[in-house]
Design a protein around this ligand. Structure first.
Ligand code: PBG
Length: 336
């Protein structure tokens, strides 16, 4: 939709770019801390802050330090955090029972943050990969990821998470039928205020590598996730998955990874209009940090430009490991 202008020289588009105030005045897209969800990795112990080597600047935090970090995130205006547990190998089983233990690490972290930081939203992943000894998001038998049996475990996992105080559940498992099962379970347990942000268009991506290090799942994973996560060549299928999850009771949807799939975000905005979030994943984060460490890019400007791209594509918000840094940069008046 191009608007009509006079031909040159009557029209000189550079007139609207001539000064900072003019550029700010006509800027079509803004980002703010309100746009961010901040993913955090949680580890057992007290006073532990453990660097994730493939994600420079990201640390796994014990619950006490995670509470402090979540408090800081709230103070810089970030609406929600997403918590991911680093699970001890000894707790991983083929049936992923730790997933629905009400006292597992992520549920304890949720209760602690809920008590100490009442004004921040808490989002939890519904998927079995942190707890499954095969490293998969579902139950595996003879090399196959069994859909319907997984649904029963996901339902139990979702309920204990909601009961622990999670405000948003993010089913990231890509099993068929999970949104309906979880939504019905929430309804029947008087947990109807819990929102679902479905990882609807989740691609089988090489960009998740550093995350799997961060949660200790890389060693466990046997094979790949292509029988449930999407093929990177598909676009119509993404729209179909998003429509399906909305029709099963999702409140919001997600496209993941982020930057390589901005075309999908834009299609969701124009074709469905549903609140759509993008997950700027671990590999995207790692690429920016690695290039910056080499002095090859201006880190802060690249972060800002990348996050702007998601908003321009029509996203309601972005899950980003840069959330706190970006919010602080915005606070300090960084021109973007
Ligand atoms: C697990 C899950 C993954 C991510 C979020 N939830 C990894 C995967 O599917 O293997 C990736 C996030 C990131 O890379 O930052 N279901």
């Amino acid at each position: 939709m191009a608007y009509v202008t006079a031909p040159f020289p009557m029209s000189r588009p550079r007139r609207l770019r001539q000064s900072d105030w003019m550029r700010r005045m006509v800027c079509e897209t803004k980002i703010s801390a309100d746009d961010f969800i901040y993913p955090m990795f949680i580890v057992e112990g007290t006073n532990i802050s453990e660097p994730v080597p493939s994600m420079p600047g990201v640390n796994r935090l014990s619950v006490d330090l995670a509470v402090e970090r979540a408090n800081h995130a709230a103070n810089v205006g970030i609406p929600a955090v997403a918590l991911f547990p680093y699970t001890d190998l000894a707790l991983k089983t083929p049936t992923a029972d730790e997933a629905f233990n009400p006292d597992n690490l992520v549920n304890r972290a949720t209760r602690a943050i809920r008590a100490a930081v009442p004004d921040i939203g808490i989002m939890l992943d519904v998927a079995l990969d942190p707890y499954n000894s095969d490293g998969h998001d579902g139950i595996v038998r003879d090399g196959e990821i069994i859909n319907d049996e997984t649904l029963m475990v996901l339902e139990k996992q979702a309920l204990v998470q909601a009961e622990s105080g999670a405000n948003i559940l993010g089913p990231s498992d890509m099993m068929d039928g999970r949104i309906a099962i979880i939504r019905q379970a929430l309804e029947s347990h008087e947990l109807q205020n819990v929102a679902i942000m479905a990882y609807s268009a989740k691609y089988a991506s090489a960009y998740y590598g550093p995350f799997r290090d961060a949660v200790g799942a890389s060693g466990a994973l046997k094979g790949d996730k292509k029988t449930y996560q999407m093929d990177s060549g598909n676009s119509n299928e993404a729209i179909q998955m998003i429509a399906r999850d909305l029709s099963e009771g999702a409140d919001m949807v997600m496209v993941k990874p982020g930057m390589p799939y901005l075309d999908i975000c834009q299609r969701v905005k124009t074709e469905l209009g549903a609140p759509c979030f993008a997950y700027q994943v671990s590999g995207e984060y790692a690429m920016i940090e690695a290039a910056a460490q080499n002095g090859w890019i201006d880190r802060d400007k690249v972060i800002a430009e990348s996050l702007m791209a998601f908003k321009r594509a029509g996203c309601a918000g972005i899950l980003t490991y840069h959330a706190v840094d970006m919010a602080e940069m915005l606070d300090s008046g960084m021109p973007i």
